[in-house]
Write a protein that binds this ligand. Structure first.
Ligand code: BES
Ligand code: ZN
Length: 644
């Protein structure tokens, strides 16, 4: 297949200059990433028409108002348009716009179109010949990206906290721009916060913070073009500690020691990733350990991975999460899914690369076990998504009329990773590694589609070898449902001992506490997730008594046990379950547990209703949005997001 890239305006020259490593023509001129043309590169989750007119740079000047739960100020956008095009369309979700002007202050007419409940609304601006526009605006208090925490919801209990989560299409609720991963933009920000607080963002800092009376002003500047979902902010009482020469951790002072200890292997992981995939392109790799309401395990915000504090286990046992977010520095942040139907390119490649980094740092046995756990998760996802013929078990998924969140399943992560591993095994590691490293350098700072992936692998790996082409079954993997027969199997011996214990458990035996203690977290997880879903309560009681599972220190293990407890209506675990749902808001943990409870009309639903009423105010908007669909009540206003 042939792909044409349309490069708007003078971008072609600049792009060529950036790629050849020469200085751009003017000192301030940044790299401008191309916009893909072609039907499969059209982002149905954005109103933007970037082939007509596009944003190349965003400059934010924002005040963070904790009392009003709003960020507000100006966004100054640099634009490029095709000759004769006089208007530009941005994405807007609930922004309160006061005025839009050209750089010299001339008011520009604009309209906000009809609101779509998933996408928000198109914001169309008549910019005429203006190459720069200034939008004066505020985010709404119910912005879907921002979570405003009261002091009680933080570790220190003294200061409020703000955190953002942009992926997939939430950043349009606080940044007026073209919120599409195919429209890469450079950006900079000046953030004004109460003087006691620190603002961190997903970009290198541009100078030291300035104190202006009661306010501190922080400056950040991302000179590399990024997908707009990767712009992120957090504001709170934050402290920093170095982990290595270019790595460090930010978190609330109370958590700093624990977080730094848990993350001690970070620098090693960066080195391992670079060895596999080429130089790290983002300067520093810092991590921010957030308060427990952060809705994800991790988020790969460039230069500053966001992490849930629930990954802290005291023994670094959840560190593949760091390897995963780090791997996104190549798969996702350098070569970025052009549309949310190509999400598997972000997450499947990252999941594949994660095990490679884990193998390099923690050894082949740990990696083989994580691959085996991945296969279990992949098979479960096939079942949950309609079985082997379910349309949503395709890697390139159809999201027409749906939220990008519908594609956030282990099909993208684990079927995607299994696909890449199948290719690796078929062609041999050396050849595959060279291809994957080449993929990142060929598509650095570019959006990529599934068809670009197929074309690239044909051009650079298969190279006309028709026997290999047949063997790989590429089209079947990406466009057909289910798991193709050529799947490279996981090592059946990876969990030999644990699998033996699972069989023995079915026959009434139970691993001794010494054995349980010796097992790694992955081994414990294999055991718990391989047990029959509906256990007699007496058997759960026996497990819980022997190993303290309802209150396990490792949250992944605790979650796996609480999942069994809900399925078995195991009452003694309910206090621990309630505590778990109230102490953290990681969507991967709270959504399945509350959903399972809510689906059990007589036993579980009253528990779900009671807990959700208390837990809801602690959760991030993206978690609340999902859980409100269960009809448990608790929606304070009962209103959907309002857009102006
Ligand atoms: N980028 C994702 C999180 C995400 C995906 C947020 C889509 C919103 C929309 C992140 O890298 C991720 O995959 N996190 C996982 C980590 C895990 C797979 C190790 C998570 O949060 O559980
Ligand atoms: Zn990821």
């Amino acid at each position: 297949m042939q792909f044409r890239m349309l490069i708007v305006g003078a971008a072609a020259l600049l792009l060529a200059a950036c790629r050849s490593g020469e200085a751009p023509p003017a000192a301030e001129a940044a790299m401008v990433a191309p916009i893909l043309s072609g039907a499969d590169a059209v982002d149905i989750h954005s109103f933007a028409k970037p082939l007509e007119a596009r944003v190349t740079h965003v400059a934010l000047d924002l005040n963070v108002d904790f009392a009003a739960k709003r960020v507000g100020g100006t966004a100054t956008l640099d634009l490029q348009a095709r000759p004769g095009v006089n208007s530009i369309v941005l994405d807007d979700k609930g922004l309160e716009i006061a005025a839009i002007t050209s750089a010299d202050g001339k008011p520009l007419p604009y309209t906000v179109g009809a609101v779509d409940p998933i996408l928000g609304a198109p914001l169309t601006i008549e910019m005429g010949a203006a190459k720069k526009i200034v939008i004066r605006y505020k985010s709404a208090p119910d912005s879907g990206a921002l979570q405003w925490l009261s002091p009680e919801q933080t570790a220190g209990k003294k200061h409020p906290y703000l955190l953002s989560q942009g992926q997939a299409i939430e950043n349009r609720s606080w940044i007026p721009t073209q919120d599409s991963p195919g429209v890469r933009q450079t950006w900079e920000a000046k953030i004004r916060v109460p003087a006691a607080l620190t603002a961190v963002m997903s970009a290198p800092k541009a100078g030291e913070p300035l104190t202006e009376g009661e306010t501190r002003v922080f400056s950040y500047k991302m000179g590399k073009p990024v997908a707009p979902y990767l712009i992120a902010i957090a504001v709170g009482d934050l402290a920093f500690r170095e982990l290595g020469p270019r790595t460090g951790v930010w978190t609330e002072p109370a958590l700093l020691d624990k977080a730094a200890a848990e993350l001690a292997d970070t620098e090693k992981m960066v080195a391992a990733a670079e060895k596999l995939y080429g130089p790290y392109q983002w300067g520093r790799y810092d991590l921010l350990v957030l308060p427990p309401s952060f809705p994800f395990g991790g988020m790969e915000n460039p230069t500053l991975t966001f992490l849930t504090p629930t990954f802290i286990a005291g023994d670094k046992s959840n560190n593949s999460l760091v390897a995963h977010e780090l791997a996104h520095s190549w798969s996702g942040n350098l070569a970025t899914n052009a549309t949310w139907s190509d999400f598997w390119l972000n997450e499947g490649m990252t999941t594949y690369a994660t095990t490679r980094i884990v193998e390099a740092v923690f050894g082949p046995k740990v990696a083989a076990q994580q691959i085996a756990l991945g296969h279990d998760a992949m098979n479960a996802a096939v079942t949950e998504n309609g079985g082997p013929s379910g349309p949503d078990t395709r890697l390139h998924i159809d999201l027409k009329g749906r939220s990008p969140d519908d594609g956030l399943t282990d099909i993208a992560y684990e079927k995607g990773a299994a696909f890449l591993r199948t290719i690796e095994v078929a062609v041999g590691r050396e050849r595959f590694d060279a291809w994957l490293k080449g993929w990142f350098s060929r598509h650095m700072f570019e959006p990529v589609t599934t068809s670009i992936f197929l074309a690239d692998i044909r051009d650079n790996l298969i190279k006309g070898d028709s026997a290999l082409e047949t063997k790989l079954a590429l089209d079947q993997w990406v466009n057909q449902p289910g798991i193709p027969a050529n799947l490279a199997p996981a090592d059946p011996q990876a969990f030999a001992e644990v699998d033996g214990a699972v069989t023995a458990f079915k026959n009434g035996a139970q691993p001794s506490p010494e054995v349980w203690k010796r097992w790694t977290t992955d081994e414990k997880l294999r055991f718990l997730t391989r047990l029959d879903k509906k256990q007699p309560t007496a058997r759960l009681a026996s497990l819980d008594r022997a190993y303290g599972l309802a209150n396990a220190g490792n949250n992944e293990v605790r979650f796996a046990f609480l999942t069994l407890a809900v399925a078995a209506r195991y009452d003694p675990a309910i206090p621990a379950l309630e505590q778990f749902l109230l102490m953290q808001g990681r969507r991967k943990f709270v959504r399945p547990l509350i959903t399972a409870l809510a689906g059990d009309a007589t036993w579980g639903r009253p528990i779900a209703t009671r807990v959700y009423a208390r837990a809801r105010p602690l959760y991030h908007p993206v978690t609340i949005r999902d859980l409100d669909k269960l009809g448990l009540g608790g929606a304070v206003s009962g209103q959907p997001l309002t857009a102006k």
